[in-house]
Design a protein around this ligand. Structure first.
Ligand code: KIV
Length: 281
């Protein structure tokens, strides 16, 4: 029995079709926490789905994790769409959420709709995500009105790095917490199906969760959100350097790859690979 089948008999998650935003809401309504990871390629997408991760985000963090940029700002729709296609091809049941990159939606509902439609038509995604609260409500209303599921993103919004003054600052302390709560309520009213809360105090996330019906998806938002998301390379130990406090490493993928590649290079240098067993007669 596959992992997905075993899980679905217990939790009522669908096995023979893709998870929808209604399934995510139903899980939240019955008090079941669920997880998301980022994914930018076919193979990791399939692994994460098999592991029971319900929704995958083709995030603009691909700018850093895949393309080597130092922020999320440079990635474009044209660069994201092939990654969305790859993640969709690699999955059968996971809900695929595609990020709207910086510059693709801020100008208003028209550009936002055009970008979101590309993610669904060309990429095959089932939903999109954008950053911001009340300032992007017209965009959220337009997308939701067009039948496009929209995930909001509040707190630390990396596309605003140039005004936030760094990506490690906890957002929403003091009066800013009331603003964030108002943004979250406005997103829900505008038709968002979920909202990411990034790098905010756990107490604020608890309040937001209590005030919303739609799922809250935490990343650095404490234990009380309905769902959690991490960048997969952080979760699996591929990234280096100092990581945010909220990241928990579940594997040493970097160490494993380094060791494998080192043994391969040494075997080639010593003439041990390829040997007879790996050659054609
Ligand atoms: O792009 C991304 O990976 C994200 C997550 C960190 C939430 O927005």
């Amino acid at each position: 029995m596959s992992t997905a089948t075993a899980t679905s008999t217990v939790t009522a998650w669908p096995d023979g079709r893709r998870i929808t935003i209604r399934d995510l809401q139903a899980a939240t309504d019955r008090g079941e926490r669920w997880s998301m990871l980022t994914s930018y390629d076919t193979l990791t997408a399939g692994i994460f789905e098999q592991a029971g991760v319900r929704a995958l985000l083709v995030g603009d963090t691909s700018a850093e994790m895949v393309l080597g940029h130092s922020s999320t700002l440079p990635v474009t729709m044209d660069e994201l769409i092939p990654m969305v296609q790859a993640v969709v091809r690699g999955t059968r049941t996971a809900l695929v959420v595609a990020d709207l990159p910086f510059g693709s939606y801020q100008a208003g509902p028209g550009p936002a709709l055009a970008s979101a439609v590309r993610h669904l038509k060309e990429g095959g995604a089932q939903a999109v995500k954008l950053e911001g609260g009340r300032r992007v409500l017209p965009q959220v209303e337009t997308l939701a009105g067009a039948g496009i599921p929209v995930m909001g993103h509040l707190g630390l919004t990396p596309q605003s790095i140039n005004v936030l003054g760094g990506l490690r600052r906890v957002q929403g302390r003091g009066d800013a917490g009331e603003e964030l709560l108002a943004d979250a309520l406005a997103l829900e009213r505008a038709g968002a199906f979920a909202v990411v809360l990034e790098t905010v105090p756990a107490e604020l996330a608890r309040r937001v969760r209590g005030a919303l019906r739609i799922p809250t998806v935490g990343i650095g938002a404490g234990p009380d959100c309905d769902a959690q998301i991490l960048v997969w390379q952080d979760m699996a130990g591929l990234t280096t350097g100092r990581l945010p406090r909220f990241v928990k490493r579940y594997a040493d993928t970097r160490g494993g790859l380094l060791e494998a590649a080192g043994r391969y290079a040494a075997d080639v240098a010593a003439g041990r690979y390829p040997d007879e067993a790996h050659s054609y007669a």
